[in-house]
Structures are given as structure tokens and as C-alpha cells.
Design a protein around this ligand. Structure first.
Ligand code: FVH
Length: 292
């Protein structure tokens, strides 16, 4: 559906920091945009740029064949949309609200039962990154929707499709964030260790960042070891990697070693099972729950 200027028409639900960035990127490319937010008063800047603020959620849903939701969580999606199946029937719903895989599948099932064409998305970007280099958005759900709406999706970042199971984008999203949060926790423990000697965290970051950044270069190499199914490639061994020194150093500074202790526990588990001579990457097996 086009509006009177011939531009494609979209409805954006949720004008938090991320919702405003998504709608803003569509406006910047001359798309027709109707916006709605539960609490009024968040659309002024978008309206100045040409968006139409819907009087009600129902009006927003009626305005466009493609509805983009960026609310807070599953409960907010259920609260706002599950009662409006009739209005959404036959329309596309692109849901970029963060949910876990089971929650995404729940929305996917509801959509399928009600004739709503559903695409679930996981945003690997901050609002300021939307439409810029480095922004990736992960999708799963109806593949035809992903293909048909690429001209919208690609405005926000690099679009990647993972399959028809609506939970897959969320699984990938949360798997990537697992790496981010554990790295941050290790960095914070390090900051506390030198902080116990009066060092400011910003000074620690200035020296730690170049090293940590270059360490991420090894992720594909480690992934190859994991995929090979063998941990005898002559890389850094589990015994060599023992983090006892790091745990002791934190303890001696009066700092909790728990970020590093988690890795040490994974290492010890493999060493105790007799794999000390094998590559460090073997701790991957600890996440699968096995030592074989
Ligand atoms: N911001 C980020 O960096 C991350 C990046 C990765 C993806 N997340 C997810 O995006 C969703 C929205 O995040 P946000 O940054 O826009 O969040 P807020 O600025 O806090 O805005 C929240 C909006 O959600 C609306 N909302 C909350 N509860 C309800 C509800 N029950 N019914 C309708 N809308 C609801 C809220 O409305 P209001 O409080 O102004 O009325 C905001 O529009 C989120 O899933 C992140 O995990 C962002």
C-alpha cells in the first residue's frame, strides 16, 4: 500500500529509544510512517519529520499493511496485540521487541492461528547504530515476509534470516549477548583488581581495550577447533591455561574472583576428566554437559 505521495506505508508501535530510531530511519528514506506509543508525547520529533501520530492503537493498525512493533517485552506485545487479531489479519507484523525463543514462538503461533504474517527480529545494535555500519538485525519467521520487506529491513542494518522457526532470531541474539556479558563481567573483575590499587576504571580500559579487541580475532580459529570435534590441535592446553593464578591474585586484592572462577571451574572439570593435555577450547564441552 502506498500513501498519497506514492511512498510505502508503515505503522510503528512503541516509541522508546529504539522504536524512535527505527521509525526515524524509515522517515529519512521518505517512507510513509504512522506512529503510536502507549504513553502520548513521544512523537513530536518524528511528526516534525513527517510522521503521522495515530489517535489510537486501532488507528495505527488500520493505517498500514506492515506493522513494526518495538515494545518492552512479551507481556507488552500480548497486552497490546493479542486482542487485535482481527485488525492484524492479513497484515505483516515485524516484531523487534526482545523476547526469548519460546516467547517468540508463542507470538509466532498466535500469528499463524490468526492469519497474521509474522517476522520476529533481534536487534544487534544500540539506537544510535541504527542505519549505520555495524548494525545487524537477525530475523526468523515467515521467509516471504523477510524477502518482501527487505527494502525496509535493510534501512536499519545488515539483515540476516535464520529460518521459519520464529524463535531462531532470538536464540542467535541471546547467544551473541551471552558472549558480550561474560566478557564485560571479566573486564569488570579486572577493573576491580587494579582498582584495589587505586587505578581508575577508565585508565584500565585504555590499556585493556586494544588487547581484548585483538583477542576477538581468534574467535573464528577457536570455532574451527570446536567444529572439528577434536581438541588435539596443539593449541594452548587446558593445563597451561589453568587460571589459579588469576583467582589467587583477585583474592589477595580483596576482590571477588567469581568471573574468572567460572572459567576455572570449566577448565578443572576437563582436567579432572583426564583431558589436561588437550586444547583450551575443550571447555566448550562443559556447556554441552559432557566430558566425552
Ligand atoms: N535500546 C537498546 O539498546 C536495545 C538494543 C537491543 C534491542 N532492545 C530491545 O528493544 C525493545 C525496546 O527498547 P527501547 O530501547 O526502545 O526501550 P525503552 O526506551 O525503555 O522503551 C520501551 C517502549 O516500550 C513501551 N512499552 C512498555 N511496556 C508497554 C506496554 N505494556 N504496552 C505498550 N507499550 C509498552 C514503552 O511505552 P511507554 O512506557 O512510553 O508508554 C516504550 O515505548 C526492548 O525489547 C529492548 O529489549 C533495545
Amino acid at each position: 500500500t502506498m500513501n498519497t505521495t506514492g511512498a510505502k506505508q508503515y505503522a510503528f508501535l512503541g516509541l522508546g529509544n529504539m522504536g524512535r530510531a527505527l521509525a526515524g530511519a524509515a522517515l529519512a528514506e521518505g517512507r510513509g510512517v504512522t506512529v503510536w506509543n502507549r504513553t502520548p508525547g513521544k512523537s513530536a520529533e518524528l511528526e516534525e519529520r513527517g510522521a503521522v501520530a495515530a489517535e489510537s492503537l486501532e488507528d495505527a493498525l488500520r493505517s498500514s499493511p506492515v506493522v513494526v512493533a518495538c515494545l518492552f517485552d512479551l507481556a507488552s506485545v500480548e497486552e497490546q496485540l493479542f486482542g487485535h487479531a482481527d485488525l492484524l489479519r492479513g497484515r505483516v507484523l515485524v516484531n523487534l521487541t526482545t523476547t526469548n525463543p519460546e516467547e517468540s514462538r508463542k507470538i509466532g503461533r498466535w500469528a499463524a492461528e490468526n492469519g497474521v504474517r509474522y517476522l520476529d527480529g533481534g536487534i544487534m545494535a544500540t539506537p544510535g547504530m541504527i542505519g549505520r555500519e555495524g548494525s545487524q538485525i537477525l530475523y526468523s519467521g515467515e521467509e516471504a515476509v523477510f524477502e518482501e520487506e527487505r527494502d525496509l529491513l535493510d534501512l536499519w542494518g545488515e539483515s540476516r534470516y535464520f529460518g521459519s522457526d520464529a524463535g531462531l532470531a532470538s536464540l542467535w541474539d541471546l547467544a551473541i549477548l551471552a558472549g558480550m556479558y561474560v566478557m564485560y563481567a571479566g573486564f569488570f573483575q579486572g577493573a576491580a583488581m587494579v582498582g584495589s590499587e587505586g587505578v581508575k576504571a577508565v585508565d584500565f580500559a585504555a590499556i585493556a581495550q586494544p588487547f581484548l579487541r585483538s583477542m576477538t580475532e581468534f574467535l573464528p580459529v577457536q570455532a574451527q577447533v570446536i567444529d572439528s570435534g577434536s581438541y588435539e590441535h596443539g593449541g594452548q592446553s587446558l593445563e597451561f591455561s589453568d587460571l589459579g593464578k588469576m583467582v589467587r591474585a583477585a583474592d589477595d586484592q580483596g576482590v571477588s574472583p567469581r568471573a574468572v572462577q567460572m572459567v576455572q571451574d570449566l577448565l578443572r572439570e576437563q582436567i579432572d576428566a583426564g583431558f589436561g593435555h588437550e586444547d583450551f577450547e575443550r571447555i566448550f564441552e562443559g556447556f554441552r554437559g559432557g566430558n566425552q
